[in-house]
Design a protein around this ligand. Sequence first.
Ligand code: GLN
Length: 303
Amino acid sequence: MANLNSLLRDLDAQMREDGNWGEPANYIPELARVDPAQFGITVVTADGKVFSAGDTDTLFSVQSITKVFTLAIALGRSGDQLWKRVGREPSGRAFNSIVQLEREEGRPRNPFINAGAIVTTDEVLDGRAPRDALAEIIQFIRSAAGSNEIHINEAVAASETEHGHRNFALAHFLASFNNLKSTPEMTLGTYFHHCAVEMTTTQLAHAGRFLMGVPKMSRLVSMARVRRLNALMLTCGHYDGSGDFAYRVGIPGKSGVGGGILAIVPGKASVAVWSPGLNTYGNSNKGTEALALLARKMNWSIF
Ligand code: GLN
């Protein structure tokens, strides 16, 4: 993979040349102020080599990408119990849709849309103090990344709490269907805080190593669970843009409204890309673009 370095450098140059950065998420004021003209990409390969280009040392809000880690923890704590509370089907709707939750009587379609992630966080919380659940989540992410320098950005968490009317609506809806164990305030407090974890693309690509399914890279979760997490990332990781992502990129991925995407080439690589401008699905515009080009050039596809 000697050419990966130059490939990433070319990609970075191309993304910057194209301009058209798009707009960052506007519903969380702390994210809306991020300069959209940024791009970074890091690839960690199965033999532990690291390749990168662009803004790979800049911290960004990983947001929904943390849903992969909380799902891994929830499945570890309660196994298949979680699936009584959340489905495993693509939603075909926006990540924060409310209408589907009412129609389906409080059981969210999958663990990556907000309603499903709130239930997953509630499962991780499970009667504990939010600070204890958050400690476990942060510890999981730090061990996955192999770095203790991973923190929650309190200003982002506060900003989302203040403007999180939709998520409060979803949480109260869930509670009205008896699908929350803790109060909406406690569960959302935990959810907003884990979404506010910040990482660089270098840290995130390392944190994704356990999803490659290469035992000598990481044994954080079992191989069977790695496969299932990847299956959910492929089918649901980009919300109603999941089909498009599978078509264009061809590998599992999870996006966040901070503009990050974690994409996994099973057995081969963990890729983190970041650019804050979003497409209409709320997924990183240039991040998706860059992954599509990279996957094509490297001949990476699960198909
Ligand atoms: N914290 C964000 C929210 O709840 C996460 C959404 C996302 O990254 N798509 O709206």
